[in-house]
Ligand binder design. Structure first.
Ligand code: SF4
Ligand code: SF4
Length: 441
C-alpha cells in the first residue's frame, strides 16, 4: 500500500482543463492548473510512497490535507479532533425579551413571556462565572436572540459586562452576536454593543420595500423597511474591521421573482463594496419536518438548493464577500448549535431549550436555570439533541462532508424523523466549492 493516499474527506471536481480539490476536514480548497492535472490525478488515484519536499505540488497536497498518511485511522482522528474543538466552547443563546415590536406574517413565536427578570439575570451571570472558573473553556459565545433582544438593551449591557469580567478573569475569549430585526439598531446602540464585543449582527430584509413591508410589520401594522435600511447604512460608518453584518433574506415562491433585481439595484450598490456585509438566503419553511418536499411553499427541494446557489453566485458576481459561503465549507460549518453539548438557549423566564425554533415542542424544553446559577437539566432529552448518527446511518458513515455536517445540520429533524437530513449546500456542493476558489497550488 502507498504511504500517502487520498483523504476520504477530499472532493475532486474535474472542471474543464483544471481540477478543483476540497477537503472538508481542513476546509482547504485548491485549483490545480492544467499543467499539473495528470500528475495530481495519478497521485489521487494511486497514492504516493515518498514525498519529496522540494516538489512543492505534492507537499502542498499533504499540508492541505488532500492526501493523508495511510497508517492513520482517519475517521478516528477526525471525529476526536472535532469533538475536542466543540467541547472547548461554552455557547449561550439568551432571549432577554420574548416579546417583539414586529408581527411578521410567518413568525413562529408565541410572545407569552416578556422582559427577563433580575433574578434570572443573576442566575445566568452566576452560571457563566462558575463555568468559567471550573471548566477549561477556551472561548465563550453569547448570542442575543428574542423576541426582539433590543427591547432589553440595558439588560444586555448589564449581562455582557458580567460575562466579559468572568471570561477575562479566566483567560477565555468572549465573542458575541445578535439576531435582531434591526429596527432599534441605532448607531448609538451599536457603539455600546461593540464595546461589549457584539460584533456580528444578523438582520432580516425580505426583498424590496413593498414586499418586505407586507411580511415584516410593526405591531401596529406599519412598514419597517426604511428604518432598517437607514440603520444598516449607518453601520457602514462604524470604524471596526471585525464587525460582520449578515443580511438574511427570507424568500417564498411569491417573492422569488423580485429578489435578484432588488439585490442588484438596491442592496449591492449600498453594501457590496464593504466586505463586512454579507447576504444569506433562506426559504420560508416549516422547520423541523422530515419531509424534504415542502409542499406548502416549494414543490422541489432541489429547486430550493439550486436557487440559493444561483443567488449566492449572483451576489459573488456583484462583488459581495464570499465569506458566508466559504464558512459553510469549513469543519463544523453546517453543525447547528442545538446539537452541541455545551450549548443552551435560555428564555427570559429561565427556561432552558436547545433550539430557537421549536419552542412548542416538549422535547426542546430541557430544563431551567436556578437563581444560584445551577441548572436542572433533563439528560435524556439533552442526549437526543447531541446524538451523532454517523455509526447508525450508512450514508453518513462514508460521507466525505462529515466534518462540516457531523450529522447535525438540524437535530430537530433528526429527532422527529430518526435520521439526519443533509444540509442544502450538500445537494449543490460542487457549485459551492467552485464559487469559492481562493487558492492555487
Ligand atoms: S435544531 Fe434545526 S430548527 Fe432548531 S435551530 Fe437547529 S437547525 Fe434550526
Ligand atoms: S447528513 Fe448528509 S451531509 Fe451530513 S454526514 Fe450524513 S450524509 Fe453527510
Amino acid at each position: 500500500m502507498s504511504k500517502w493516499k487520498k483523504s476520504i474527506y477530499t472532493f475532486v471536481i474535474e472542471k474543464g482543463e483544471e481540477i478543483i480539490l476540497y477537503n472538508s476536514f481542513m476546509g482547504a480548497i485548491a485549483r490545480i492548473p492544467k499543467e499539473h492535472t495528470n500528475r495530481v490525478r495519478n497521485i489521487l488515484n494511486n497514492g504516493i510512497d515518498e514525498i519529496q519536499l522540494d516538489e512543492l505540488l505534492v507537499a502542498e497536497l499533504c499540508v492541505q490535507g488532500f492526501l493523508i498518511d495511510s497508517e492513520i485511522n482517519e475517521q478516528y482522528l477526525v471525529r476526536s479532533t472535532l469533538e475536542k474543538e466543540q467541547d472547548s466552547t461554552l455557547g449561550l443563546t439568551i432571549m432577554p425579551h420574548e416579546d417583539c415590536n414586529f408581527r411578521c406574517s410567518y413568525c413562529y413565536e408565541s410572545f407569552e413571556n416578556g422582559l427577563i427578570t433580575p433574578k434570572i439575570m443573576r442566575g445566568i451571570k452566576l452560571f457563566v462565572k462558575k463555568k468559567a472558573e471550573r471548566e477549561n473553556f477556551l472561548r465563550m459565545t453569547c448570542s442575543w436572540f428574542g423576541g426582539e433582544p433590543l427591547l432589553a438593551f440595558d439588560e444586555i449591557l448589564d449581562m455582557s459586562d458580567a460575562f466579559i469580567e468572568s471570561c477575562n478573569e479566566n483567560d477565555i475569549k468572549y465573542l458575541s452576536s445578535m439576531t435582531t430585526n434591526g429596527y432599534l439598531l441605532t448607531p448609538e446602540r451599536v457603539e455600546k454593543l461593540i464595546e461589549r464585543n457584539v460584533l456580528y449582527f444578523q438582520i432580516t430584509l425580505d426583498g424590496p420595500e413593498e414586499i418586505h413591508n407586507r411580511s415584516r410589520k410593526l405591531v401596529g401594522g406599519q412598514g419597517t423597511y426604511s428604518t432598517i435600511m437607514k440603520n444598516l447604512i449607518a453601520l457602514k460608518d462604524i470604524n471596526n474591521k471585525d464587525l460582520t453584518v449578515k443580511i438574511r433574506v427570507n424568500f417564498s415562491p411569491t417573492t422569488i421573482e423580485t429578489i435578484e433585481n432588488w439585490i442588484r439595484d438596491e442592496i449591492a450598490p449600498e453594501f457590496s463594496a464593504d466586505k463586512r456585509f454579507m447576504i444569506t438566503f433562506q426559504p420560508i419553511r416549516n422547520w423541523g419536518r422530515c419531509n424534504k418536499n415542502i409542499n406548502e411553499y416549494f414543490h422541489d427541494q432541489i429547486f430550493i438548493g439550486d436557487y440559493i446557489s444561483y443567488l449566492n453566485n449572483a451576489c459573488i458576481n456583484l462583488g459581495f464577500s464570499k465569506q458566508d459561503v466559504r464558512q459553510s465549507l469549513d469543519p463544523h460549518g453546517n453543525v447547528c448549535y442545538a446539537s452541541k453539548s455545551n450549548s443552551i438557549v435560555i428564555g427570559s423566564d429561565g427556561s432552558i431549550y436547545k433550539c430557537t425554533v421549536a419552542f412548542d415542542n416538549s422535547i426542546n424544553s430541557i430544563g431551567v436555570i436556578n437563581v444560584d446559577g445551577t441548572l436542572n437539566l433533563n439528560k435524556v432529552k439533552m442526549g437526543m439533541w447531541t446524538k451523532d448518527y454517523v455509526d447508525s446511518t450508512e450514508k453518513c458513515g462514508k460521507c466525505a462532508f462529515y466534518p462540516s455536517c457531523q450529522t447535525k445540520k438540524c437535530p430537530l429533524i433528526s429527532i422527529n424523523c430518526g435520521n439526519p437530513t443533509c444540509p442544502d449546500i450538500f445537494e449543490n456542493i460542487e457549485s459551492y466549492i467552485t464559487a469559492t476558489i481562493s487558492a492555487e497550488i
